[in-house]
Design a protein around this ligand. Sequence first.
Ligand SMILES: Nc1ncnc2c1ncn2[C@@H]1O[C@H](COP(=O)(O)OP(=O)(O)OP(=O)(O)O)[C@@H](O)[C@H]1O
Ligand SMILES: [Mg+2]
Length: 261
Amino acid sequence: MKNDYTNLGELPSKQDLINLGSDKTCLAVEGLKAGYGKMEIIHNLDLYAGQGQSLCLIGPNGAGKSTVLHSIFGFTDIYAGTISVAARNITHMSSAQKLKTAGVAYIMQENSVFPNMTVEENLLMGAYLIENNSTVRTEIERIFSKYDRLNQRRYQPAKVLSGGERRLLEISRALVMKPTVLLVDEPSIGLEPRYIDMVFEILQDLKENEGKTIILVEQNATKGLQFADIGYVMSSGVIVMADHTRDLLKNKTVGKLFLGG
Ligand SMILES: Nc1ncnc2c1ncn2[C@@H]1O[C@H](COP(=O)(O)OP(=O)(O)OP(=O)(O)O)[C@@H](O)[C@H]1O
Ligand SMILES: [Mg+2]
């Protein structure tokens, strides 16, 4: 499978990636080299997303997609390069600082609800960095009024939620911090088709109506690319292809490798 990526043509240049972004750059990753311990996984990666734009990373297992999100959120060792949000350098901030002061939130690939806490308590966990109690209450009430599914289960332990509702809770928990950038790893993983659609509708709403910049990793490449504005194809820690998603969806090689076409 790996050899198939060698015929994707020339690698996109930094300028190509800048052009895919918008005038209002929100998130910029430049020359990033990152990994775990001594193992460099991400090699000289650039990534640009404008305010309110969404970008989907696709690629084979082990390509380093999650590691890109981990790096933006501060979970990896960074050897070179910079990460900035709204022109502010956040490369070496802790994850807590990123969440609290830089407006970056991360929704993990793995199930992360606290099963024995109620839905409301789970949301409160998302607010542990906010000192002002009334800000937290306002935001949590806003979430409950927006998502009735959660409101109805407010005082029940999160373990009673369906898979789709858990994802909704995980997304909502990230929203408590009112992030401008949402990093979302595999939102559709393990979900039935009807819940997959629900999750993408929620993300669509956050993008369109709340202007969030969303960086998404998605194994279901068709769904991910249909949702996002920009698509990057990643292989072995490198971006091997990048384009507007409408063009990637029409691309024969991408279709053959990732879209089951
Ligand atoms: N915490 C970690 N410590 C050490 N190595 C890791 C860690 N997490 C991931 N890796 C390694 O980094 C490489 C890239 O993994 P990553 O999880 O970023 O891939 P991915 O593209 O998200 O794959 P998948 O589609 O399977 O989720 C893999 O070789 C993996 O073994
Ligand atoms: Mg992953």
